[in-house]
Design a binder for this molecule. Structure first.
Ligand code: BMA
Length: 319
């Protein structure tokens, strides 16, 4: 029988912010269909979100919103911050689902995002200091690939990228390595879908990996297909700190799933899709930013030490 205490722990980890959704198409400075799947970072004293904005053609671009407390009074850039380069065939149909990592060596932010090429979705990289000017490094790996994020530093001399290629129709998370952020190799499967579980159909990285003394705390989304369509939920795993290709633990249950109305009803119903987080160690808090039903942006908070405590009570992964 499933461990009831463990399920209770997982269920209680996150608390939705009462003011959700925090960003909607209605409060956007220009006409949009949907605002969702935000990347998040702390910049100076502010919380910065880089949000996927879908226009009325169905194409997406990325726009910055800033807030002093991470919950209210968002200042949204009046025009798109990062748009598809129309002359690039790799970006023909827009930019989607960014993640942000602070690169310790470069002292810059890395933004990994999905660019929609004519040949399918590919993972692309841009580097920035200020979210105003960007160096675009282009696409990293061939399609079909999504849900990518860099880790903040090198491991045995190489940068590490977590991503989610689709191979033979299977959607598992992989990790790849590069000496220079351009040439990628040593590809290894990292976290796979689990038959019959809530994450049986697809898995993909959620927010950027969070460094803890126990290892890299990894939020990921898992998909199950039901008679009513897909349900996107969120689970937790732990990667080794120095050898992030080793999965140490993985929760059996999801820690956040669609329950609130704004998560259940939208352009794509029953979706919680986190793609950014901010860590506030001084108050032991994690803010998890997510797209709700592919329409709006919402946030849920958790106690960092509760997340680690939960992870350490999850089953060990035997390779
Ligand atoms: C995934 C991605 C996300 C989206 C989700 C639910 O495949 O494309 O952008 O939020 O599906 O529709």
């Amino acid at each position: 029988m499933a461990d009831i205490l463990q399920q209770k722990k997982a269920y209680k980890l996150f608390k939705r912010y009462d003011g959700n959704p925090i960003l909607t198409p209605e409060n956007w400075p220009y006409p949009t269909n949907a605002v969702f799947n935000p990347a998040a970072a702390k910049l100076n004293t502010e919380t910065l979100l880089l949000i996927r904005v879908e226009d009325m053609r169905g194409f997406s671009h990325l726009t910055v919103a800033r807030s002093a407390d991470g919950f209210t009074n968002w200042e949204i850039d009046p025009t798109p911050t990062l748009e598809a380069n129309q002359s690039s065939r790799e970006e023909r149909w827009g930019l989607e689902d960014p993640r942000i990592t602070w690169l310790e060596e470069q002292k810059q932010f890395a933004i990994t995002y999905v660019s929609f090429s004519e040949g399918g979705p590919v993972v692309s990289l841009a580097i920035t200091k200020n979210f105003k000017t960007f160096a675009r490094l282009g696409s990293l790996l061939p399609p079909e690939d999504k849900d990518a994020c860099l880790l903040p530093r090198r491991f045995r001399g190489r940068f590490a990228l977590i991503h989610r290629p689709i191979v033979r129709g299977e959607a598992h998370m992989w990790i790849s390595f590069s000496p220079d952020l351009t040439h990628w190799g040593n590809h290894r499967a990292l976290i796979k879908t689990r038959p019959a579980y809530w994450d049986c159909h697809r898995v993909g990285l959620a927010c950027q990996p969070i460094e803890t003394t126990q290892g890299w705390m990894l939020f990921y989304h898992g998909v199950r297909i039901t008679a009513a369509g897909a349900i996107y939920r969120v689970g937790l795993a732990l990667l080794d700190l120095e050898e992030p290709w080793r999965v140490l633990r993985r929760g059996d249950e999801w820690v956040l799933g669609p329950r609130a109305l704004y998560e259940r009803i939208g352009d794509v119903s029953d979706v919680v899709f986190p793609s950014g987080a901010t860590v506030h160690k001084e108050i032991d808090q994690l803010n998890l930013y997510y797209g709700a039903a592919d329409c709006t942006v919402a946030v849920a908070t958790a106690n960092l030490s509760d997340c680690i405590d939960y992870l350490m009570s999850c089953p060990e992964v035997k390779e």
